[in-house]
Design a binder for this molecule. Structure first.
Ligand code: IVH
Length: 759
């Protein structure tokens, strides 16, 4: 017979040792405890427990429920929506964005990197050009701000623009000085927080002894330790820091990258001792091999080598692309590999309806991380064919039941590298993608020229609708605090508080509804978190145009294109009017593309190629597109960064009656769509449309374009009535004639440099 009374011992007994009565009492205690912790976490109160304690209590609750399923409570903590620690930290906006690095995977990529820099700077192949080469530390980046020599705050990278305030935690790291002598008044030091192998092993052993959470690898351990709500816990974790870069500075540190690192070392920071100066690509590759050879004995994880232009003046000239510097690159070590069984192939339906096959794998450890699925891209990839029909993996196809080799490189989704045909089960059959969407049953069609099969269900497909919503609330789009992927998915399936399309997020929040109290009573929510969410939604009724446009999730319209479009049109109404006006021309171009494709097929058969362009031209001519439509279309595809594929996709989205109605419902909920910021409002070229033509002598075309854009100008490829300025070098030819005919102001290169203050 088991006990029928709880004794108070239940809190200390292992789940296996609990009687039924003990278990019921313990589940009640855990439910109360975790609910209070949630409330403290979401509200402004001081948090009651660390992430690790919270997780341990949740696990204990789940273990007891697994033993006594009948005792599971209606308010069970297991059913609550998880909390995002990020919400618990304050945010810090970086004074200078924290960017990431472009990657090189082989010697050819490194040579291309050097070549692209030389061509950007107009340097010959033998002109001297020095790089630093140093290990790429596999940790997490941190920005430390010092004012008057005192550490004032520390922030994680976050989305690059804003990070989490982890100042109290950073102060506990011995390798981070809290005071600097003789440093510039403002100095932001950037580098990597990491955990050494020995310390990682010892920490995991300690955690296991305490029955706490162990970490999969040192990087996760470092991240989990830095992002503790209780700085006392961070202090007990052996974190280290390498300085390798900087953000805002009130005075330059040095003239070279290496000189700046030496200054940082002089302030007391650790800088990596394997940093070298390399004068040639061969030197860079030699140092890469040297670092790779030492990798296993360094005592901490690295995942590649970073090369940076040594001369800081050249770094400044090279500047940045949207998310990465032109002056640096990460040369990654080859991916780690492991063999395992492919148990099955699942299909995920994405926001644009793409059916993505995913390999379900028998879990296997690859480079310290357990991998249980891998991307299979598309049906050609599964069949052993690359993008242009060439054989990949020696032409071997992938089947359920196969013994496959998977690899992982950095944070990317694992992939299948190889198949062992000798281990293929006799009954394995070739895989074919379904012809209907597994989520909504609509036909799934693969159009000619597209590698991907797509569900044609549009918004009636729940998978597409949910993925669109997730994209809409994602970081680069609406970024609504408290409303992440998990929450929108829950709302999508919630009959009482349904969110089926973006506009519903705002109608959900409307003040005159009962929704606030309904939400506050939901599991995982309370009055404070519901209120916070509604407040966060209200704040997003004013939204930058580029974020809104990106958030719509239109195929081909990524963050950069959305910025380009916003800058090009300067406002939402101007853009939609232009798209509506351009529609007939967009249709004519689609018809012309189709005619050209048909002709291309015929010509390939008959060996006559000249007819393709002719078919395109004839179709366009017979389309009788209104002049205004052609102008609007030409203006759209003349915009910098916008090509015909993107333009057609955008036009289709706004011309589709269902999609347009959903967009308009969303717009009606918004208060203000803010036009793009001019990047440098005081420049005389800010907001102007500039065309470069002919050859430039003092800088390359790429540099000229990047500089103009940095000053807030739009750079277009062709002269039209909208052009404000033509910068014409020798040989400008027909563009110069057209500019003259249209009365467009024309400058030579020196005139341009004087205008932008660079002469
Ligand atoms: S330089 C403008 N140097 O790699 C970017 N980054 O993949 C300046 N990282 O976000 C970064 N070791 O977190 C730089 N020696 C090193 C690095 C390094 C690791 C990280 C950093 C960055 C990421 C990019």
């Amino acid at each position: 017979m088991s006990d029928t009374t709880a004794t108070g011992d239940e809190a200390t007994l292992a789940p296996e040792a609990l009687t039924e009565a003990h278990a019921a009492a313990e589940l009640a205690r855990l439910a109360g405890l975790l609910a209070r912790a949630d409330a403290a976490y979401h509200g402004d109160d001081a948090p009651e427990m660390s992430d690790a304690e919270y997780d341990a209590f949740k696990q204990r609750n789940a273990a007891i429920e697994a033993r006594f399923p009948a005792l599971k409570r209606a308010d069970s903590p297991s059913d609550k929506v998880g909390t995002t620690p990020a919400e618990a930290f304050g945010k810090i906006t970086h004074a200078v964005r924290m960017l990431s690095l472009a990657n090189a995977f082989d010697a050819g990529d490194v040579a291309d990197f050097d070549q692209s820099i030389r061509s950007y700077l107009n340097l010959g192949p033998d002109a001297p050009l020095a790089y630093t080469a140093e290990p790429k530390i596999d940790g997490l980046s941190l920005s430390l701000r010092y004012e008057g020599g005192a550490l004032v705050h520390a922030a994680t990278r976050g989305d690059g623009a804003t990070g989490e305030n982890v100042t109290a935690n950073a102060r506990t790291i011995a390798e981070i000085p809290t005071r600097l002598d003789a440093a510039p008044e403002v100095l932001e030091v950037r580098g990597e927080v990491y955990m050494a192998h020995d310390d990682f092993a010892a920490l995991n052993a300690r955690q296991a002894d305490m029955g706490g959470k162990t970490f999969a690898n040192p990087r996760n351990a470092a991240a989990g330790s830095l992002r503790q709500l209780d700085a006392g816990i961070t202090k007990s974790r052996p974190l280290r820091f390498f300085a390798y870069a900087w953000g805002e500075l009130s005075a330059p540190l040095a003239e070279t990258q290496k000189g700046a690192l030496d200054r940082l070392a002089g302030f007391g920071f650790s800088t990596n001792p394997l940093t070298r100066i390399c004068e040639t690509v061969e030197d860079m590759l030699a140092h890469y091999r040297e670092i790779e050879a030492q990798r296993a004995t360094l005592g901490y994880d690295i995942d590649g080598v970073v090369y940076k232009i040594n001369d800081l003046a050249l770094q400044h000239r090279l500047g940045y692309r949207s998310a990465t510097p032109r002056w640096a690159i990460a040369h990654k070590f080859p991916a780690e590999l492991a063999w395992t069984r492919l148990e099955g192939i699942d299909i995920q339906v994405g926001r644009t309806g793409a059916l993505s096959p995913v390999a379900r794998l028998q879990p296997v450890t690859v480079g310290g991380v357990v991998v249980s699925n891998a991307t299979l891209h598309n049906e050609d990839y599964i069949a052993g064919r690359g993008a242009s029909g060439e054989a990949i993996r020696g032409g071997k196809d992938i089947r359920a039941g196969d013994w496959v080799q998977v690899y992982r490189a950095g944070d990317v989704i694992p992939k299948v590298a190889d198949v062992d045909l000798s281990q293929r089960p006799a009954d394995a059959v070739p895989y074919s993608l379904p012809n209907t969407c597994p989520e909504c049953g609509s036909p799934a069609i693969r159009e000619e020229g597209d590698a991907v099969r797509r569900c044609t269900g549009g918004l009636i497909c729940p998978a597409q609708a949910v993925e669109k919503l997730k994209h809409f609330v994602s970081r680069g789009a609406m970024d609504i605090e408290g409303l992440g992927a998990k929450q929108v998915e829950a709302f999508y399936h919630d009959d009482q508080l349904p969110v089926k399309e973006p506009a519903d997020i705002f109608t959900l929040q409307r003040r005159d509804s009962q929704n606030l109290s309904k939400l506050a009573n939901r599991d995982g929510w309370g009055a404070t978190s519901a209120n916070n969410l509604f407040q966060a939604i209200e704040e997003k009724r004013k939204i930058p145009m580029a974020r809104l446009l990106f958030g719509l999730g239109i195929r081909h319209v990524g963050e950069v294109a959305a910025q380009d479009l916003a800058r090009h049109y300067g406002g939402w109404a101007a853009m939609t009017a232009a798209l509506d006006s351009a529609r007939p021309a967009a249709l004519a171009h689609r018809a012309a593309d189709e005619a050209a494709d048909a002709e291309r097929r015929r010509a390939a058969e008959e060996g006559r190629r000249a007819r393709v362009a002719e078919a395109r031209r004839r179709t366009l001519e017979t389309a009788e597109t209104p002049v205004a439509a052609s102008e609007a279309w030409d203006d759209l595809i003349g915009a910098d960064g916008i090509g015909p594929v993107l333009a057609l996709s955008l036009s289709d989205a706004f011309a589709n009656a269902h999609e347009r109605a959903a967009i308009d419902r969303l717009i009606a909920e918004l208060i203000e769509i803010t036009p793009p910021e001019r990047r440098a409002g005081d420049s005389p070229v800010a907001g102007k449309t500039v065309v470069f033509s002919g050859s430039l002598e003092k800088m390359t075309r790429a540099e000229a374009k990047a500089r103009a854009e940095a000053l807030g100008a739009k750079v277009a490829g062709s002269v039209s009535a909208k052009t404000d300025l033509l910068v014409a070098g020798p040989g400008a030819g027909s563009k110069a004639d057209k500019a003259a005919a249209l009365g467009v102001e024309t400058l030579d290169e020196d005139g341009w440099l004087a205008l932008i203050g660079a002469a």
